[in-house]
Design a protein around this ligand. Sequence first.
Ligand code: SF4
Ligand code: SF4
Length: 109
Amino acid sequence: MAEDATQAPGTLDCLACGACCHGDEGWVPVNREDDARVASTPALARHVVLLRRGEYAKRSLRMVDGACSALARDGGPTRCTIYEDRPSLCRALEVGSPGCLSARRAHGL
Ligand code: SF4
Ligand code: SF4
């Protein structure tokens, strides 16, 4: 099958996408490796919530109407408002990776 040039990593712009930023509560975990970034970045820290399940608790980014609260959805292209400070899980998803392309397909991109 011919490669779709419009989905090549170099052509994809996360700041005009946001497809991978949608999910249920707990979709974007905040891990220990994010501690320093959370502590030094109020813009990130204000999106962090603690989810409790019985005795178990974990940090994640707040979800609002099925999307990360840091995702701007103001009529223009959806975009991460804390892109430079986004947590490690967001950084781990490579542009053009199978997970990225799958998320984009799910959002008709
Ligand atoms: S990683 Fe992929 S799905 Fe996520 S915002 Fe970037 S281009 Fe979109
Ligand atoms: S922090 Fe940014 S990149 Fe990560 S899920 Fe939220 S809006 Fe998307």
